[in-house]
Design a protein around this ligand. Structure first.
Ligand SMILES: CC(C)(COP(=O)(O)OP(=O)(O)OC[C@H]1O[C@@H](n2cnc3c(N)ncnc32)[C@H](O)[C@@H]1OP(=O)(O)O)[C@@H](O)C(=O)NCCC(=O)NCCS
Length: 199
């Protein structure tokens, strides 16, 4: 990253930036289910990740410019309330796009039911005007240190090839393609990364 004095990366531990996280998510992921079912769902989703998973934010003073979110165990993010919020979001934002996304999501879960890796990178977003400056890489370094500090050496991430630039980024960052799925015309990939413990 060009100037570490200009950008500060820290763990997000309170709800102050929820609205910004939601706006950034919607701006980038408007073509996948999570970005199509309303602010109420997304707001709950990011509150849950702060509580049960973790988010590192990249700030300039107090302005959030980029973030990475994840979980040590994806099962901790499920539950009845989560499903209820998601279902309510789907029902109140019904459209041809959201229905297609819902079917893709269900198909993806089915295709991957044998995958036993529970640690997951859920989202990484750098504001458009700041991309290509190494911020994504720096966030990933914090993310991976967090996993290693919790004795986790393998994690996964999903990305699609149409709406996300994730695939090229992840391949540069040492992820290996684990499985590719065609979800109703949308090619989606599961990448895995194994971390080595530095002596
Ligand atoms: C993917 C994303 C987080 C990368 O962040 P970034 O700050 O631009 O990435 P960096 O500058 O740290 O780049 C790290 C490496 O990945 C490469 N890279 C990043 N984006 C790339 C792209 N779109 N195509 C090709 N290579 C890319 C960089 O060239 C760099 O490699 P290098 O060190 O060999 O030069 C950012 O582009 C983004 O927010 N995209 C929109 C959201 C998204 O798609 N997220 C991923 C799915 S969850």
């Amino acid at each position: 990253m060009a100037n570490t004095g200009e950008y500060q990366i820290r763990l997000i531990q309170n709800q102050d930036d929820i609205d910004t996280l939601v706006l950034m998510h919607k701006a980038v992921f408007s073509n996948v289910l999570s970005g199509q079912i309303g602010n109420g769902f997304l707001s709950y989703y990011y509150q849950l990740i702060i509580q049960k998973g973790f988010i590192y934010g990249c700030y300039n003073n107090d302005t959030l410019l980029a973030f990475i979110s994840g979980t040590l165990n994806e099962k901790e993010l499920g539950g009845i309330k989560f499903l209820g919020k998601a279902l309510w979001g789907v029902l109140t934002h019904l459209s041809a796009k959201s229905i297609a996304s819902l079917f893709r999501h269900i198909k993806r879960v089915y295709f991957l039911k044998d995958v036993t890796i529970n640690a997951e990178l859920l989202s990484i977003i750098v504001k458009e005007e700041l991309r290509g400056k190494g911020i994504g890489n720096k966030l990933l370094t914090h993310f991976e240190s967090h996993l290693l500090a919790n004795h986790i050496q393998t994690y996964k991430v999903f990305t699609d090839l149409k709406y996300s630039s994730g695939s090229s980024f992840y391949e540069k960052e040492g992820f290996k393609l684990y499985r590719e799925m065609n979800l109703l015309g949308l090619v989606t990939r599961l990448y895995i990364k194994k971390l080595s413990i530095k002596a």
